[in-house]
Design a protein around this ligand. Sequence first.
Ligand SMILES: [Zn+2]
Length: 368
Amino acid sequence: MSIRFEIIKECKKTNARLGKLYTSHGIIDTPVFMPVGTQATVKAMTPRELEDLGIQIILSNSYHLFLRPGYNLIAQAGGLHKFMGWKGAILTDSGGFQVFSLGKLNKINDEGVSFNSHIDGSKHFINPEKAMEIQMALGSDIAMAFDECTSYPAGKYQVETAARRTIQWAKRCKEAHHSTSQSLFGIVQGGGYKDLRIENAKKLIELDFPGYAIGGLSVGEPKSLMNEILDCTVPCLPNSKPRYLMGVGAPQSILEGTIRGIDMFDCVLPTRNARNGSLLTSSGKLSITNAKFKDDFSPLDSKCKCYTCRNFTRAYLRHLYISNEILASTLGTIHNLFFMSSLAKNIRLALAEERLLEFKEEFLSKYF
Ligand SMILES: [Zn+2]
């Protein structure tokens, strides 16, 4: 089945909403934070650990899976869910962002993008039709349209060209996409220019997608600009469809996005930082390798109820990181993902109890 989105409650003081996203791989409570599983794995986690953390949806990257092991192999294995042993929902990105950020670009025109692999330099070509073929073969629950991202800062002409191309490509994606079990989301581009964002959103909704993403943010622009872009873009999107803010996952940005009407977030940082010993706690970020934790036998975060905090001390965790033990990544990731899913859960609870702004203030006062 394709997805269905239900709004349970709308906040009276902000644009936030509490919702449920129904997929053929389970129900997703929104607002939701989606962990990133780039190579068909959320690094250091087994799918069972993700389930235990209450994760309902993960994101995987088409670009990486296209290059290795190849989408035909994953299709042969019975699709991405089966291949990686994950029973929950999966959202795949189109590869657009990675082609532009990782690939060595050869040529980009209205037809598509040719690039060299960042792994072995081999030549490849992706266009909207190919991006749909890849994602349909992967069999994710939600596929993303192939878009052109611009970096920040970028000149208006360049951003305008990319935004126009993104709409043309969105049309082609829609025509090429034929799957009854997968839903295709459109992506709004337009960089840091409010007029381009509004124009782009309006053109995109004419194509009538079952969900909309806002792309090209959190690419180095000031936080205040991201909020301004959301303030002008989100109201252009239909209320009844899910809204996804791509690549954004800092706790404060999730709160800011939620109050502006965003339902879905993803970010590689909570998992990547966990592997580097940067851990999220209720009083802010903590670098566990710091010498001051050498003989600190208290839990990482005394307020956290995750497996790591219930069973291990800061001194032990520090030892694992300093010794480059594999377990360090696993325990750190369990904690950071628990922190992120608890944040989303607490946001949903606050929304249900009509105290979202109070929750935001309380959370941020302790977090910094
Ligand atoms: Zn914890």
